[in-house]
Design a protein around this ligand. Structure first.
Ligand SMILES: [Zn+2]
Length: 150
């Protein structure tokens, strides 16, 4: 009986996965101890048509412990990275709001960098905000609904 119930739950889980993990029409909480990262992500989510609250059913997790590949090399300028949907901050990102916003694009499912340096999702971002191409790339991932993706 228990196996049948678990099997049914598994099936329901599969059937129920049509919804994107992030809905920009619903509040998003940011879990971080970095005020700089909080400000950057609040601004980035607003650019995408969403809003941030203190507690919400959906969250973006930020760790101030740098776990980015290559960050410990001499003269490394790795600012931040995203691993399994968690943003890891390295020293330079404390002063690089666009770097933290760029990571939001990865949390929202963008796996490949833009080849256009006018996009925030360019490998080494030079602009401060999401371009229209960035927004299209984020909406195309299927990870995000609502906001600019409607
Ligand atoms: Zn990136």
């Amino acid at each position: 009986m228990r196996a049948v119930a678990l099997g049914l739950l598994g099936l329901l889980g599969l059937l129920g996965c049509q919804r994107a993990p992030y809905d920009l029409d619903m509040p998003i909480a940011i879990e971080t101890d970095s005020l700089a990262a909080l400000a950057a992500l609040r601004a980035g989510i607003a650019e995408l048509g969403g809003h941030v609250t203190d507690s919400a059913g959906q969250k973006v997790q930020v760790s101030s412990v740098c776990r980015c590949a290559g960050a410990t090399a001499p003269h490394a300028s790795v600012a931040a990275c995203t691993v399994s949907g968690v943003i890891y901050l390295c020293q330079p990102s404390q002063m690089c709001s666009r770097c933290v916003k760029h990571e939001l694009g990865h949390v929202f499912g963008v796996a490949k960098h833009s080849l256009d340096n006018r996009d925030l999702l360019y490998a080494i971002p030079a602009v401060e905000g999401f371009s229209d191409a960035d927004k299209r790339a984020i909406c195309k991932t299927g990870y995000v609904s609502g906001g600019v993706c409607d």
